[in-house]
Design a binder for this molecule. Structure first.
Ligand code: SF4
Ligand SMILES: [Zn+2]
Ligand SMILES: [Zn+2]
Length: 329
């Protein structure tokens, strides 16, 4: 196996591109694929300040590294989810990477900010851990980007992530999510002329497969956390990924064709389902929430505040019950 560019010994082959690369040319290839995605989908301008959400895993650290290589103004953001030793080790990986590159990493903790971790939230509300986790991440990433004055929020979603999400959205015909599944989600405001409510969100790794980000991280000496989150068990997206990887092995390029075919030929058909809904500020925290849903239910709270209030109420009930138990003894 020889490098497509220099004919030296190749270390990575990419079957869907029918190409193999030596270490240096693989790094060039990954950087150029990210630059191509950024240009094609007009993700950022040269002046934008980018906040990169990092988990300590290979994808988010790789995208941060690549954006720095491409000359963008980046800062990392790590949210401690409070998932036992896993969160501690993933934070160490994120901090070590930032230190090794001499770049700024903002660290916040869910428990310090709101009083609960992802496992505690799940126990208190009965919500599936990954669902509560996703809600928290979306909320906290956007809040941090707005509070710290960033123009764009970057996530490390790769081709495998996006095609698995697409697969799930098609299986359930979730037309609203199909309409919103774009590599760029433009910023939104609560009302015309108001300050930003949602910052622009971008996914620059859409042209890179998961095994390629792992190879990239290895070659670039990025010491990422390899272990998986202990709560991933039962995550349906995980199962979709496994199924799609079987199809990809049988027919290289399947994932790329499905995802980019969707963006090119299908996505706009769901434009109306994207939710051109009016946003209003949440009565609890001021964050944007969808006006139509809020009016329909008579509630003006965002999903995050509703979930947080439920967790706090359940915790108070438990403490109350424990207190009564102690008194009876
Ligand atoms: S596996 Fe689930 S709980 Fe763990 S980090 Fe991912 S979304 Fe959060
Ligand atoms: Zn080469
Ligand atoms: Zn709120």
């Amino acid at each position: 196996m020889k490098c497509k560019v220099c004919r030296a010994h190749a270390v990575v082959d990419i079957r869907r591109h029918n190409a193999a690369f030596c270490q240096d040319h693989f790094v060039d290839h990954v950087n150029s694929q990210v630059a191509k995605a950024i240009k094609e989908f007009k993700m950022v301008t040269a002046e934008d300040r980018l906040l990169v959400a990092v988990s300590g895993g290979k994808d988010s650290l790789a995208v941060w590294d690549i954006l720095m290589n491409l000359g963008y103004d980046t800062t990392g953001f790590y949210l401690d989810l409070g998932i036992g030793g896993y969160s501690g080790r993933s934070k160490e990986a994120a901090v070590a990477f930032a230190d090794s590159r001499g770049v700024k990493l903002i660290v916040r903790s869910l428990r310090e900010e709101h009083g609960f971790s992802v496992p505690e939230l799940s126990t208190l509300t009965g919500r599936v851990p990954c669902s509560g986790c996703g809600l928290n991440k979306r909320y906290e990433f956007n809040r941090a980007a707005l509070e710290e004055g960033f123009d764009v929020l970057v996530t490390g979603h790769n081709l495998d992530d996006e095609v698995a999400t697409l697969f799930g959205n098609v299986l359930g015909w979730n037309t609203q999510m199909l309409g919103r599944q774009r590599p760029v989600l433009e910023e939104r405001v609560v009302s015309a002329g108001a300050a930003r409510a949602f910052v622009r969100k971008i996914k620059p790794l859409i042209r890179i497969a998961e095994r390629e980000t792992a190879a990239y991280a290895l070659i670039r000496g990025i010491d990422y956390i390899v272990e998986e989150c202990p709560m991933v068990e039962g995550n349906t997206q995980h199962r979709y990924k496994e199924a799609l990887t079987l199809l990809e092995e049988a027919s290289p390029g399947t994932k790329h064709r499905m995802y980019f075919g969707f963006l090119k030929n299908v996505s706009d058909r769901f434009a109306e389902d994207r939710g051109a809904t009016e946003l209003i500020p949440c009565a609890g925290c001021g964050a944007p929430t969808v006006a139509s849903g809020a009016h329909a239910t008579g509630e003006l709270m965002c999903s995050f505040c509703k979930t947080k209030a439920l967790a706090q109420a359940r915790r108070a009930e438990r403490e109350d019950a424990t207190g009564r138990g102690v008194k009876r003894r």
